[in-house]
Design a protein around this ligand. Structure first.
Ligand code: CU
Length: 353
């Protein structure tokens, strides 16, 4: 391959050449050969940044200057996957005359450049300025009213998963400057999602127009530390291959900002896969197993496992707790995705008795 000097080295070519670091390469110095850089400068630069992130995480200080124990140093208008974990939007709540709860939300379509890895920018199409969009949350039986205002340069819509009438299904594109209010009853309880449904669909979704939609059962699930993880990818050079994979929008974020939990603490992860271009994505939890509730529509887990594989649009709820303090990895069990950003850690602290 080197002898032929291909004009466009694909992501997989680079991986084969060892240009991208591996899970075990933490702290190792990995260099891109000059010839590869010359052959595909943009991709090479992107991958060098991915390598740099993989190499400095877990041991060294964060390249973005963050305190490793907290994500609070990032400004409120910057992408912050840690903040996203627990940022639930319950809407503006009021009571309808028939006694039902009304929840009103506002989503604004907005073109915005976001940082998807250290120093790597992506011209995103967003709901409310972030990728993923806000996690909307309601209780089964509530009336959900979502006003969509399209301030983006392209027509967009919001298609919700769940049960609703055909005219609320989001297939009709809302033009630039237009708005539309979607209204339906939140059902069934479970973990759903929403995304733009304008053609070409793969481009509209991949640009960042998606988010999680949680419908809680009327009798709440048992108490737990809850967090949302949306698995996605970013195709930076529009060749229909992702260069970075993330949970909640920034590659390698949870390497640099491990999620702090305690021994014996019940953790509930709402996991959504909206990755475009790849057939599947996955999550593997280290040194533990989790109870898995596909789509969250049953209160009885389907299985007890340590790895779950999801197609695009699939989602499910994971529940687990750690017995022993320590640092535990979680990542896509497609090693390639992990090497390109989809990996992180739980920092499990001891509970003082
Ligand atoms: Cu769209």
């Amino acid at each position: 391959m080197n002898a032929n000097q291909p004009k466009n080295l694909s992501r997989r070519d680079l991986l084969k050449l060892g240009a991208v670091g591996t899970l075990g390469a933490v702290g190792a110095k990995i260099l891109l050969p000059g010839s590869q850089t010359a052959a595909a400068p943009e991709k090479a630069v992107l991958h060098a940044q991915a390598v740099e992130h993989a190499a400095h995480t877990a041991l060294g200080p964060s390249s973005c200057g963050c305190d490793l124990s907290t994500a609070n140093l990032h400004a409120a208008d910057e992408m912050n996957p840690t903040r996203f974990l627990t940022a639930f939007d319950y809407g503006k709540v009021s009571q309808l005359p028939d006694g039902r709860t009304l929840r009103e939300y506002e989503l604004v379509g907005e073109d915005k450049e976001i940082e998807v890895a250290g120093g790597v920018k992506f011209a995103a199409w967003t709901y409310n300025g972030f990728v993923p969009g806000p996690t909307l949350r309601a209780t089964e039986g509530d009336v959900v009213r979502v006003k969509f205002i399209n301030n983006g340069a392209h027509p967009h819509s919001i298609h919700f998963h769940g049960i609703h009438p055909a005219n609320m299904d989001g297939l009709e594109a809302i033009p630039t400057g237009g708005s539309f209010t979607y209204e339906f009853t939140a059902e069934p309880f479970g973990l759903h999602l929403y995304h733009c449904h304008t053609m070409p669909l793969k481009r509209h979704i991949h640009k960042g127009l998606y988010g999680a939609f949680i419908v809680d059962p009327k009798t709440p699930r048992p108490r737990a530390t809850e967090m949302v993880m949306v698995m996605n990818g970013f195709d930076l050079d529009q060749d229909s291959e992702n260069e970075f994979y993330t949970v909640n929008g920034v590659a390698f974020w949870f390497n640099e900002h491990p999620i702090e939990i305690k021994t014996g603490e019940r953790v509930r992860v709402y996991l959504v896969n909206i990755t475009e271009f790849d057939l599947i994505n996955s999550l593997h939890l280290h040194a533990n197993l989790f109870h898995y509730y596909p789509t969250g529509t049953s209160l009885t887990p389907r299985e007890y496992t340590d790895t779950i594989v999801l197609g695009q649009g699939e989602r499910g709820i994971l529940e687990f707790e750690y017995k022993t303090p320590g640092r535990y990895m979680f990542h896509a069990h497609q090693s390639e995705f992990a090497e390109l950003g989809w990996m992180g850690f739980f920092n499990v602290g001891a509970v003082n008795l």
